[in-house]
Ligand binder design. Structure first.
Ligand code: ADP
Ligand code: MG
Length: 387
């Protein structure tokens, strides 16, 4: 069961803090249907919130102390509100404490606010490309928005989550994950224009089309704060600068011939991925509307090839998952998330779920890879107050 009942996190809170929480809030992880590494290029993404959530049980205190615990770890991390600063935050607690700091950095007066006890429980697998980080950030952001009575909108809370992840955790990620986690709705995706931050709910109607999304977690774990992700961002910035635009959003596929002359070969391929991926997101929305979910398979496949060959963020495990899923009944498949590990998704007719799962498991065993975790996800509602 992917959704933990709220009494579990409440009981966990009581065991640690010896009292009842004031409330329970939860926020989902997300799967990005299409639009990868486009968010920080002010482009387009189409994620959906999934039916796996992180729960935050919280109670205000009479003093200015913050205590955070998680089923994730045995430690209680404790800090005074006045000491909230990215320099003082590290490890898993940088996510929830980073939210409190980021609210302050976004203009909320923290001085004089009561501290809180917070306990976190999660059904979002970590490091699988399903954004357990946004789930924890958004559950805590919604909780603090309520108990501190801040009245911030969901888009504003998404920015707070991004600020926490960028500055308190140190991962240079975009706004997509928090937007999906806060704005998602059942059976729908969130189309986000990462320049205007305008969000639109897009009906997916997977169930009506007899389709499910299979997640194949390769169990190869990625690290956003280091290595390839930051490197790809730098390439995109360099490409935009060389082409004389503020972001790759302003480059279209008609400009690519010129870009090939102006850029070195590697930067050109990075740019081409972003430009064509933006166009694939828009095409996906059109096709969903005109022909339905069964017709978007080719776009998912093309997205994977672009990430594999042009952006070079796939790994052999992801390529194998995609290839075998397609060969055994999926109508489209791609790696999802930042890359270098994590998960692939396969849009699969319900009747083929078992055969695709079996084929991928067998192929991983034959290749000598770790056994992947394979499960379906359902497009679901965003962050909520649950108790
Ligand atoms: P992803 O978001 O793809 O799952 P990230 O590396 O961005 O991977 O975020 C994972 C990190 O988020 C974990 O290493 C941990 O620090 C933090 N985290 C996620 N879920 C929890 C949780 N339930 N309790 C404590 N920390 C968590
Ligand atoms: Mg993350």
């Amino acid at each position: 069961m992917s959704i933990t009942p709220t009494h579990v996190v409440s009981t966990g809170f009581e065991e640690r803090f010896g009292r009842r929480p004031d409330g329970v809030w939860s926020a989902p992880g997300r799967v990005n249907l299409i639009g990868e590494h486009t968010d920080y290029n002010e482009g387009f993404v189409l994620p959906f919130a999934i039916d796996r959530r992180t729960q935050a049980a919280l109670a205000l205190r009479d003093d200015t102390r913050i205590n955070v615990t998680s089923t994730f770890s045995d430690e209680t991390v404790s800090i005074d509100i006045a000491d909230l600063d990215p320099q003082n935050l590290s490890g898993w607690s940088a996510y929830p404490l980073g939210i409190a700091w980021a609210l302050g950095a976004s203009g909320v007066e923290l001085a004089g606010r009561p501290g809180f006890d917070l306990h976190i429980d999660s059904a979002v697998p970590v490091g699988a490309g399903l954004s357990s980080s946004a789930a924890i950030e958004c559950s805590v952001a919604l909780a603090l928005n309520d108990v501190w009575q801040l009245g911030l909108s969901r888009p504003a809370l998404a920015l707070v989550g991004q600020l926490a992840e960028n500055k308190a955790v140190g991962a240079p990620t975009g706004i997509m994950d928090q937007s999906a986690s806060l704005l998602g709705q059942a059976d729908a995706a969130v189309f986000l224009d990462c320049r205007s931050l305008e969000a639109k709910v897009i009906e997916l109607r997977f169930a009506r089309a007899g389709l499910e999304i299979l997640v194949i977690n390769t169990m190869v774990s990625h690290a956003h704060a280091t290595g390839g992700y930051a490197d790809r961002r730098a390439s995109c910035e360099a490409g935009a600068a060389a082409l004389g635009v503020t972001s790759l959003r302003d480059v279209s596929s008609l400009d690519l011939a010129r870009a090939a002359d102006d850029l070195d070969e590697e930067t050109f391929r990075r740019v081409r991925h972003v430009v064509t991926e933006n166009e694939r997101v828009l095409a996906t929305i059109e096709v969903l509307d005109s022909a339905g979910a069964r017709a978007i398979g080719d776009l998912l496949d093309a997205s994977h090839l672009s990430m594999r060959d042009d952006f070079e963020i796939s790994v052999p495990e992801l390529d194998l998952a995609v290839e075998v899923a397609r060969a055994s009944g999926a109508i489209g498949a791609r790696m999802t998330g930042g890359g270098f590990g994590g998960a692939a998704i396969a849009l699969t007719p319900s009747a083929q779920i078992a055969s695709v799962t079996d084929a991928v498991l067998a192929a991983f065993a034959a290749a000598g890879y770790r056994t992947p975790e394979i499960f379906t996800v359902t497009p679901s509602t965003g962050a909520t107050r649950d108790a």
